[in-house]
Design a protein around this ligand. Structure first.
Ligand SMILES: Cc1ncc(COP(=O)(O)O)c(C=O)c1O
Length: 358
């Protein structure tokens, strides 16, 4: 605390990212990074940008990248918004779309914890809607009549940290039931088995979909995320961006992101490998006494039948393996484990065998 700070800073509870540890022989299964590298074409495109043109500002409208993303999702470039990672896109969404007087933002009680950080940061009143006992989202909780319409609705699909996914009919029902606010679907993990709601954007001017290049495109270090929606919603985000930082993406990031988006073959090969390893990992964890939630993401969410989750996480860490454990209501006995290569998953399971029997 400092008396030199602005008034609201002392009351903030910042988000705590997963550990980026420096330990020997580290196996990092705690932040849902992709075990395979990015598209070689993306690396090549970024190398090609290292020249004298770096003295010039990048295109603040990011037209070429917006066009490439729009093409992939059969949308127009003015229906695409870019940010420095999807966390920044989400921050602008909270600022631009969810600050609507005393109306509350609706979100699940178990979901990406950054949403609540943004609520506090931007003074957005919110209502936590409990997931069902099996951690699925009950659509009827979002579609019924209410005294006061929400300021917005946000959920991750597949959800984090559970990995459970909703179908498109459910998302359409929510967007249809709440036409007076933005319904935002954070699809950070959608490419690992769920269906994108991007195809519904033409039907629902209030629907926004958020993607990241950090997971299925394996570019977490580059910091690129984007939102897809009607141009009306995108315009709101652009007003915030251009009041904050006109150049969130540098020339290198834009070139790498575009080449990555255009390399469908690499994308498909690597995500299929992750999906295959995930299903195998889930099976092996069940044999070891874990209950594993059905996952459509690049991680699994699992609880052991007898051993404490904090203890398991610590013992794995002692062996150089990081997994994510949240000290949060309802999920404090679960571990979120990123899917690695088959070899990494085998090391995890072999280590668990020793850890669980001590
Ligand atoms: C659900 C969800 N949304 C958004 C993000 C942010 O991703 P990034 O800022 O790397 O694009 C994450 C990161 O783990 C996430 O789990």
């Amino acid at each position: 605390m400092s008396t030199l700070w602005s008034d609201h800073i002392a009351g903030l509870t910042p988000y705590v990212p997963g550990e980026q540890a420096r330990i020997p022989n580290l196996l990092k299964l705690n932040t849902n990074e992709n075990p395979y590298g990015p598209s070689p074409k993306a690396i090549e495109a970024m190398r090609a940008m290292l020249d004298d043109d770096l003295r010039l500002y990048p295109d603040y409208k990011a037209q070429a990248l917006r066009q490439a993303i729009a093409k992939r999702y059969r949308l127009a470039a003015d229906q695409v918004f870019l940010g420095n990672g999807s966390d920044e896109v989400l921050a602008h969404i909270f600022n631009a779309l969810f600050r609507r007087g005393d109306r509350a933002l609706w979100l699940p009680d178990v979901t990406y914890s950054f949403y609540r950080t943004y609520c506090r940061f931007y003074d957005v009143p919110h209502r936590l809607i409990p997931l069902a006992d099996d951690f699925t989202l009950r659509v009827e909780d979002y579609t019924g009549p209410v005294d006061q319409e929400p300021a917005g609705v946000i959920f991750a699909n597949p959800n984090a940290p559970t990995g459970c996914a909703l179908g498109l009919d459910a998302i359409a029902a929510i967007a249809e039931a709440r036409p007076d606010c933005a319904v935002v679907v954070d699809e950070a993990y959608v490419d690992f088995g769920a269906e994108s709601a991007a195809s519904l954007i033409g039907r629902f001017p209030n629907l926004m979909v958020v993607h990241t290049l950090s997971k299925s495109r394996s570019l977490a270090g580059l910091r690129v995320g984007y939102a897809l929606a009607s141009s009306e919603l995108i315009d709101g985000l652009l007003r915030v961006k251009d009041s904050f930082n006109s150049y969130p993406l540098d020339r290198i990031a834009m070139a790498g992101a575009q080449a990555s988006i255009e390399d469908e073959a690499w994308f498909d090969r690597t995500r299929r490998a992750v999906i295959g390893a995930r299903d195998h990992l889930a099976q092996n964890l069940r044999v070891l006494g874990f209950t594993v939630l059905p996952s459509q993401a690049n991680f699994v969410f699992a609880r052991h039948r007898s051993e404490d989750a904090t203890v398991i996480a610590q013992r794995l860490r002692d062996q150089g393996i990081l997994v994510r454990h949240f000290q949060a209501p309802r999920i404090d006995q679960y571990l979120r484990i990123t899917v690695g290569t088959p070899e990494q998953c085998a090391r995890l399971c072999d280590t668990l065998k020793t850890v669980l029997s001590t």
